[in-house]
Design a protein around this ligand. Structure first.
Ligand SMILES: NC(=O)c1ccc[n+]([C@@H]2O[C@H](COP(=O)([O-])OP(=O)(O)OC[C@H]3O[C@@H](n4cnc5c(N)ncnc54)[C@H](O)[C@@H]3O)[C@@H](O)[C@H]2O)c1
Length: 250
């Protein structure tokens, strides 16, 4: 049987690294893409079924080169996980254009660019696109004018991709993680935010990288062969609940 190849962006740590490890456990090989070369070198060490690719997903020329390098190394691409992301929480009035662009260029442009460049390869394999958005793309919140808007756009981009690429056998799905204690989250989650999340999440806790990876890898696999255009929140129930729940708790 042909070994499948997953390309995972933002693979040097956090959710991307956990996803890489789970793909390998399930028999895939992984192209690990990240712009942080030092951290990527540490992450790939000991992962025999993975290769590192140091590229920035927000720069069009680098994305073109990256896809060619991955194709050159592995010969095929069966799944693309657009996971690389940055978080920047700030009030609307303090979000100038440079700050807005810094978020958009990775979180939205990066997903668009990597997907576009991978389409010819995914046509060959009838492969899968998997985009990582966030609960911040499903529910609005304070301080997330750029981050939340970028993630809501990723949700819609996924649906556009599913609608148009289905005829080639390419599936496109989106995972919206709830809070996970990664470097990205801990840089913007104060103790107050952590407590508030616990109150608002029915399962009453943060998720783990592995819990998010399980959903990602399932949606990329043959087990999800009739699933496309879907947005799945892996969030402990945060998205499904309304206001008032914490006050009703015992
Ligand atoms: N951790 C959470 O609570 C949470 C919640 C919802 C959504 N998410 C989303 O999950 C994804 C992964 O987040 P994480 O928490 O694992 O973050 P992380 O900061 O631990 O890892 C992100 C990785 O992406 C890389 N990266 C960032 N910009 C890049 C670029 N332009 N090109 C290439 N690599 C780049 C970073 O170097 C880093 O290794 C992100 O899209 C994030 O928005 C995270």
């Amino acid at each position: 049987m042909t070994q499948k190849i997953a390309l995972v962006t933002g693979a040097a740590r956090g959710i991307g690294l956990a996803t890489t490890k789970l793909f390998i456990e399930e028999g895939w090989q992984v192209a690990m893409v990240d712009r942080d070369g030092d951290e990527l070198a540490i992450a790939v060490d000991g992962l025999d079924e993975a290769k590192p690719f140091v590229y920035d997903v927000s720069i069009p020329e680098q994305v073109t080169e990256m896809i060619a390098a991955v194709k050159g190394a592995f010969g095929r691409i069966d799944a693309v996980v657009n996971n690389a992301g940055v978080a920047d929480f700030g009030p609307i009035e303090e979000t100038d254009f440079a700050r807005w662009r810094r978020v958009m260029e990775t979180n939205l442009d990066g997903v668009f660019l990597v997907s576009q460049a991978a389409i010819p390869s995914l046509k060959e394999t009838k492969g899968a696109l998997l985009n990582i958005a966030s609960i911040s793309g499903l529910r609005a919140s304070t301080l997330r004018v750029a981050y939340g808007t970028s993630k809501a756009a990723v949700i819609q981009l996924t649906k556009q991709q599913a609608a148009e690429l289905g005829e080639y056998g390419i599936r496109a799905n989106c995972v919206c993680p709830g809070p996970v204690r990664t470097k990205l989250a801990m840089a913007v989650h104060s103790q107050e935010i952590i407590d508030a999340y616990h109150d608002a999440i029915p399962l009453n806790r943060y998720g783990s990288e592995r819990e998010i990876a399980e959903v990602i890898v399932f949606l990329c696999s043959e087990r999800a062969s009739y699933v496309t255009g879907q947005v799945v929140a892996s969030d402990g129930g945060f998205d499904s609940t309304g206001v008032g729940l914490p006050a009703l708790r015992t």
